[in-house]
Design a protein around this ligand. Structure first.
Ligand code: ARG
Length: 475
C-alpha cells in the first residue's frame, strides 16, 4: 500500500477501506496528463525561484523517464498505489531521491486531479470531433452522389412527400454538424487551467498560474480557486454533448434497421457489417445499428450519474467526485467506437435506388403537389385538399396511384384537371420544384452542399487547432 498521507495516522488503513478508496485501476488512464501537468508545475516553480535549476532538471528528467518507461512497458502501473498521482510521485522519488519530494510543493491532489481530468477531456473533445468530421465527410459523399435519387419522406412513419436520398442524408449532416460545433463551444469554455488552486484556497508560494496555463495551451488560469477544484461542469457538458451524438446515431440506426428490413429493402447492410443467426440460416441481422441504438442508454446513464453525483456536494472538493472518471471514460470509449463502426457501416451501405423510387411512387407522396396543381388553377387550397382527398380514396378503392388515372377519371372528380396534370405531379417535378434553401430540389441541394463543403474544409479539429499545449513536452 503506497499512500501519500501516512504521517498523521497511527494505525494502518483497513485493507478493504484502502481498496474502496483507491482509484489507480482506472485513473491510470490519466498518466500522460499527470506527467504533463507535473512538468509544467516544476518548470514554473523554478522560474519563480521556488526550486533550483538542478532540482527542476532532475525532476523533469525523472518524469520524462517514467513516461518513456511506462509507454514502452518497462514500468507498470500496479494497484499497490492509491492513485495515479501517488504512482508518479513515488516512482519519481524512487528514481531521483530527495529532489522528487519537492514535486508537490504548492500543489494539492485536488488541483492536480482537476487539471489531469481537464487535460484528458480536452484531448477527447478533439478526438470525438475528428470522428464526427469523418462521418460528415461520408455523408457529404452520399449526398453528392444522390441528388436525384428519389425516395419517400415520412411523417408518423407514413409516406408523406417525395424527397431525395441527398436531402435525407443532409438532415443527418446538419445534426452531426451541430454536434461538432457544440464540442467546439465546450472546448472554448473549459479551456482554463485549475493548476495552482491548491486544496481550494490557493497557496502562499508565489506561483505563476498564467505561466503554467500557457505552457499547457490554456487560455489562462481559472479565476476562483474554490471553483477550480470543485468544478466538473465541463464533464457534464461533454457528456450531454456525447448523449446528443448518441441520440442522433440512434435515430439514424433506427432508420437503417427499418430500411434494411425485408419489408422496405431501401438499403442493404454490407456482409462485413452484419451478423447471422445461429438457428435461422436465412438471417442477416443489422446488429451494429442495433448495438449503437442500444449503447445510447449507457451514455445517457453516464450523464445522469455525474449530474446526480454533483447535485448535493458542498464546496469545495469531496471524494464523491472521484466517481466522475469511470463513467466518463466509458462514455468516451462507447461514443468513439460507435462513431467509428457507424461510419464504416455507412460507407459500405448499399442503397437500392430503384426500390426507394418505386416506394415514393406508390404512396400518394405527390398528393400535396396534386392539391397545389388545383390551387394554381384558381381552386382555394381547402377545396383542393378535399378534391385530392376524394381522389386518393378513389385510388385506394381501385388499388392504383394518382399518376395512373386517366384524364377522364380525373375530370369526373373535378373539371379543373387538364392534360398538364400528370407532368405536374411526377416524382421529378414534385422534388425539383422545391427550391427554397434547405429543400430537396437539386439546385437548392447543390447550394447547401457547397456551403457544407466549405464548412468541412475549415472544420475545427486537431489539425486546425492552433493550441500548442505540448510546449512543456520539449522539456
Ligand atoms: N483520486 C482522487 C479523485 O479522483 C484524487 C484527488 C484526491 N484528493 C483528496 N483530497 N483525497 O478525485
Amino acid at each position: 500500500m503506497a499512500q501519500l498521507w501516512g504521517g498523521r495516522f497511527t494505525r494502518e488503513t483497513d485493507r478493504l477501506v484502502y481498496q474502496f478508496n483507491a482509484s489507480v485501476t482506472y485513473d491510470k488512464k490519466l498518466f500522460e496528463q499527470d506527467i504533463e501537468g507535473s512538468i509544467a508545475h516544476v518548470v514554473m516553480l523554478e522560474k519563480q525561484g521556488i526550486l533550483t535549476c538542478e532540482e527542476k532538471d532532475a525532476i523533469v528528467k525523472g518524469l520524462t523517464g517514467i513516461r518513456k518507461d511506462v509507454s514502452e512497458g518497462r514500468l507498470v502501473i500496479t494497484d499497490e498505489y492509491e492513485d495515479i498521482h501517488s504512482f508518479v510521485e513515488a516512482s519519481l522519488i524512487d528514481r531521483i531521491g530527495e529532489a522528487g519530494k519537492k514535486l508537490h510543493t504548492g500543489r494539492s491532489r485536488n488541483d492536480q486531479v482537476a487539471l489531469d481530468m481537464k487535460l484528458y477531456v480536452r484531448m477527447q473533445v478533439l478526438s470525438i470531433s475528428e470522428l464526427l468530421v469523418e462521418i460528415l465527410e461520408t455523408l457529404l459523399t452520399v449526398m453528392e452522389n444522390n441528388l436525384t435519387t428519389y425516395m419517400p419522406g415520412f411523417t408518423h412513419l407514413q409516406k408523406a412527400q417525395p424527397t431525395t436520398l441527398a436531402h435525407h442524408m443532409g438532415a443527418y449532416f446538419e445534426m452531426f454538424k451541430r454536434d461538432l460545433l457544440r464540442l467546439h463551444d465546450i472546448y472554448k469554455r473549459m479551456n482554463y487551467s485549475p493548476l495552482g488552486a491548491g486544496a481550494f484556497a490557493g497557496t502562499t508560494y508565489p506561483l505563476d498560474r498564467v505561466y503554467t496555463a500557457s505552457l499547457m495551451g490554456f487560455e489562462g488560469p481559472t479565476l476562483n480557486s474554490m471553483d477550480s477544484v470543485a468544478d466538473r461542469d465541463y464533464i457534464i457538458e461533454f457528456l450531454a454533448a456525447l448523449s446528443t451524438i448518441m441520440m442522433h446515431l440512434s435515430r439514424f440506426s433506427e432508420e437503417i434497421i427499418i430500411w434494411n428490413s425485408n419489408e422496405y429493402r431501401f438499403v442493404e447492410i454490407d456482409d462485413s457489417f452484419s451478423t447471422g443467426s445461429s438457428i435461422m440460416p436465412q438471417k442477416k441481422n443489422p446488429d451494429i445499428a442495433e448495438l449503437v441504438r442500444g449503447k445510447t442508454g449507457r451514455v445517457y446513464g453516464a450523464l445522469m450519474s455525474i449530474l446526480t453525483t454533483m447535485k448535493g456536494l458542498p464546496l469545495a472538493y469531496n471524494k464523491d467526485m472521484q466517481e466522475d472518471k469511470e463513467v466518463t471514460f466509458d462514455a468516451i470509449e462507447t461514443v468513439s467506437s460507435c462513431l467509428m463502426l457507424f461510419n464504416g457501416m455507412l460507407k459500405t451501405l448499399k442503397f437500392n435506388n430503384q426500390i426507394m423510387e418505386k416506394s415514393a411512387m406508390n404512396g400518394f407522396t405527390n398528393a400535396t403537389d396534386a392539391a397545389d396543381y388545383l390551387v394554381n388553377k384558381g381552386v382555394p387550397f381547402r377545396d383542393a385538399h378535399g378534391i385530392i382527398g376524394r381522389l386518393v380514396l378513389y385510388c385506394i378503392k381501385k388499388d392504383c396511384s394518382i399518376d395512373s388515372l386517366s384524364l377522364e377519371e380525373l375530370k369526373f372528380i373535378s373539371p379543373v384537371f387538364d392534360v398538364d396534370f400528370h407532368d405536374a405531379i411526377s416524382l421529378k417535378t414534385c422534388v425539383e420544384k422545391r427550391l427554397t434553401i434547405g429543400a430537396p430540389g437539386q439546385k437548392a441541394m447543390e447550394e447547401v452542399i457547397r456551403i457544407n463543403k466549405n464548412f468541412l474544409a475549415h472544420a475545427w479539429t486537431k489539425d486546425n487547432d492552433r493550441t500548442e499545449y505540448t510546449a512543456n513536452r520539449q522539456a
